[in-house]
Design a protein around this ligand. Structure first.
Ligand code: PLP
Length: 342
């Protein structure tokens, strides 16, 4: 978390306000900062998906909100690109929706019917080669179907928030505890004023709401607002350079070992952080990537590297959460593990 976020949370602990007034004010400020029409703080991006979907299904109807996840008599179908089915799409189904997979514009036109609640888009993930994002959004607009975007991991750069807002999505979800460096368990739902108010009706602190369990504290409301403010002021270029210097130094150090090479990587749109991958001659060092990952984890201090399923099985090193001295501990430990296997 940004130190500014910690200070804001501390302030919120010591000062009292009505939760709804605080959420109104924080929502207005976040909306202003992100160029969105309205905003709310959620308990993570997955909560934003759940509450946004519930909003599109119930559209503020008290009786319907009371019944969730019994969704009989409501629009329940959510259109999703087949190539964008992913880890978190269960959150769309949580309030009682069902997923309808499509691939082409014709599929979408055929799929839209009175039971359609929403269209869904996963930002920066497998592009659907058969349908451009602009066309996808236009199809939703033409049919008056709300369209939600999960943009959880697209920050930094923080400027991408306003860009995504201006693409024309009705709802956009962000993770607060990732690149925005807000409270770990918070998130954001940005979008249309009416839909945000319905999402809030479906959520805590309303006692009977479907989302009552997805609580957000006063500290998190204020912390999330300051996380957005601080992110917008932050010099992302110099932070990128700081990380690049650290991973480059790690690469130089590790390459000194015979039979070990490292490669620098240009960050993909999804995870804007420079990183190196480490490769070794397996004849010389008889240890696999999985074994090295485990040995790093088992050591003292425990060292955690990026999930191998996200790195195509490579051993990748990043520096977003490392300072120079900590980086030296990582390289020393890695050299030790490799040498022990030789
Ligand atoms: C991490 C992530 C989420 C979940 O975010 P939480 O804030 O942890 O709920 C959702 N979607 C994408 C694309 C993510 O990367």
């Amino acid at each position: 978390m940004w130190p500014e976020v910690v200070d804001a949370m501390d302030y919120a602990v010591r000062n009292k306000a009505r939760m709804s007034d605080l959420h109104d004010a924080v929502g207005r400020r976040i909306a202003e900062l992100t160029q969105a029409e309205a905003a709310m703080v959620t308990s993570g991006a997955t909560s934003a998906i759940i509450l946004g979907t519930a909003a599109c299904m119930t559209m503020g109807d008290e009786e319907k909100m009371e019944r969730l996840p019994d969704a009989s008599g409501m629009p329940t179908e959510v259109i999703i690109l087949k190539s964008q089915r992913y880890l978190y799409d269960r959150s769309i189904r949580a309030p009682g929706a069902t997923l309808v997979e499509v691939e082409t514009a014709e599929d979408i036109r055929a799929a839209i019917n009175p039971k359609t609640a929403m269209m869904f888009y996963l930002q920066n993930r497998p592009e659907n080669v058969r349908l451009e994002i602009g066309e996808y959004i236009a199809l939703a607009r033409d049919s008056d179907i709300p369209i939600m975007c999960d943009a959880a991991t697209t920050v930094p750069p923080v400027a991408s928030i306003a860009e995504t807002v201006n693409l024309g999505f009705d709802l956009i979800c962000y993770s607060g505890g990732k690149g925005l460096r807000g409270p770990y368990s918070a998130g954001l739902l940005l979008g249309r004023k009416d839909l945000i108010s319905y999402a809030r009706q479906n959520s805590s602190p309303n006692h009977r709401a479907y989302g009552r369990s997805m609580k957000v504290s006063a500290e998190e409301y204020l912390g999330m607002m300051v996380a957005v403010e601080t992110s917008l002021k932050f010099d992302e270029k110099s932070e990128y350079q700081r990380q690049l210097d650290i991973v480059s130094a790690m690469g130089r150090e590790l390459s000194l070992l015979p039979g070990v090479t490292t490669q620098s990587h240009v960050p993909s749109a999804e995870a804007r952080e420079p990183f190196i991958s480490v490769h070794w001659d397996t004849q010389q060092y008889k240890v696999t990537v999985t074994e090295v990952k485990q040995a790093l984890r088992d050591g003292e201090p425990a060292i955690e590297i990026r999930a191998l399923f996200l790195s195509d099985g490579r051993l990748d090193l990043t520096a977003a959460m490392l300072n120079k001295d900590e980086a030296k501990i990582v390289t020393a430990r890695l050299k030790e593990i490799l040498l022990m296997s030789a």
